[in-house]
Design a protein around this ligand. Structure first.
Ligand code: NAP
Length: 319
């Protein structure tokens, strides 16, 4: 089955829809009706048409029985992106799985170039008005996308308050454009991978395989860490260790404290595989790093820092 966008919306419909006027509840028996719907589902049809006037409401009742138990969100075509359908279905699924009635902050993941931003923002606004999320935000949107989203949020009178980008000593791509655009809209950064996925703990040595029981030693983890796992980066990270020691910090604490020196950062999201890591990392809270130390950090790792704002990007099409 092929799928098409419905007009300019982010909703995808199957190219062939199934309708039940004059058939269900009227011309054909229940068994045949159910078999036809099953055949439609088996061929990949996801779009069904019915109406209360068909067979004086009986057609709807037959279709209801035929589709009972089908997972509404189950179709790959609509099960991703920032269409109204996916956003509304997603919040319901998330609240159910999290066993809660509302979340404080609901953030759109990557920008969806295939859905009009108006549709996305209206869906988010409806979720806020229903009390299912109190605030909304985004993740890894460009400065232009943030500015456009903020304009719509203002018109819709909903609190658009955060961006969630990758940010660390080694990955500073948000500094030149995303942060100024967010600041202008009063949005805070909740940053991910402040330890560059573990690299900024200093536990990976240049020229040596990653220690067992580390993310870089796993296939999936290594895939996300290639840009940091070069001898040049790892050598420079080792050179940061004496600076951390001087400041009375572990390198992990220094690295997390570093992102928190940026006033536009509201929170650093840490990951952990062991409780000791959490206990180590949280000691970065409240730490003030002086200007001289920040300069010395930059003198060591400056040449390997990624600063290109073009690294903030979303796919042109839904994956
Ligand atoms: N919005 C998005 O697109 C997005 C994308 C990615 C992540 N995130 C969020 O950000 C969170 C954090 O990302 P992240 O896990 O990459 O953050 P991170 O803090 O940079 O890396 C965490 C990893 O580093 C290692 N580690 C942490 N503390 C350590 C310590 N004190 N000593 C030694 N090793 C230590 C651990 O891995 P090992 O022990 O396995 O080495 C840990 O799992 C994610 O869980 C997710 O919630 C969001």
């Amino acid at each position: 089955m092929n799928f098409r966008f419905l007009g300019r919306s982010g909703l995808k419909v199957s190219e062939i829809s199934f309708g039940n006027w004059l058939t269900h509840g009227s011309q054909v028996e229940e068994d045949a009706a159910l078999a036809c719907v099953k055949a439609a589902l088996d061929t990949g049809i996801t779009t069904f048409d019915t109406a209360d006037v068909y067979a004086g409401t009986k057609a709807e009742a037959v279709l209801g029985r035929a589709l009972k138990g089908q997972r509404r969100e189950g179709y790959d075509q609509n099960d991703r992106g920032l269409s109204r359908k996916h956003i509304i279905e997603s919040i319901h699924g998330s609240l159910r799985r999290l066993q809660t009635d509302y979340v404080d902050l609901y953030q759109a993941h990557r920008f969806d170039a295939e859905t009009p931003l108006e549709e996305t923002m209206l869906a988010f606004a409806d979720i806020v008005r229903q009390g299912k999320a109190l605030y909304i935000g985004v993740s890894e949107w460009t400065a232009e996308q943030i500015t456009a989203g903020a304009k719509l949020a203002r018109e819709l009178h909903v609190p658009f308050v955060s961006n969630q980008p990758q940010y660390s000593m080694l990955w500073r791509v948000i500094e030149s454009k995303v942060v100024p655009a967010s600041d202008a809209e009063g949005m805070g950064q909740i940053v991910w991978s402040p330890l560059a996925k573990g690299v900024l703990t200093g536990k990976y040595q240049p020229g040596q395989p990653p220690p067992a029981d580390t993310r870089a030693a796993t296939k999936q983890g290594a895939m996300f860490m290639t840009s940091f796992m070069t001898d040049d980066v790892l050598t420079r990270v080792q050179q940061l260790k004496p600076l951390a020691k001087e400041a009375g910090l572990s390198l992990a604490q220094l690295s997390i404290a570093w992102v928190l020196q940026n006033k536009s950062v509201s929170s650093a999201i840490i990951g952990a595989t062991r409780p000791e890591q959490v206990l180590d990392n949280v000691k970065a809270t409240g730490v003030k790093l002086d200007a001289d130390l920040l300069r010395r950090i930059d003198a060591i790792i400056g040449p390997v820092v990624e600063r290109d704002p073009g690294q903030t990007s979303s796919p042109d099409r839904r994956p």
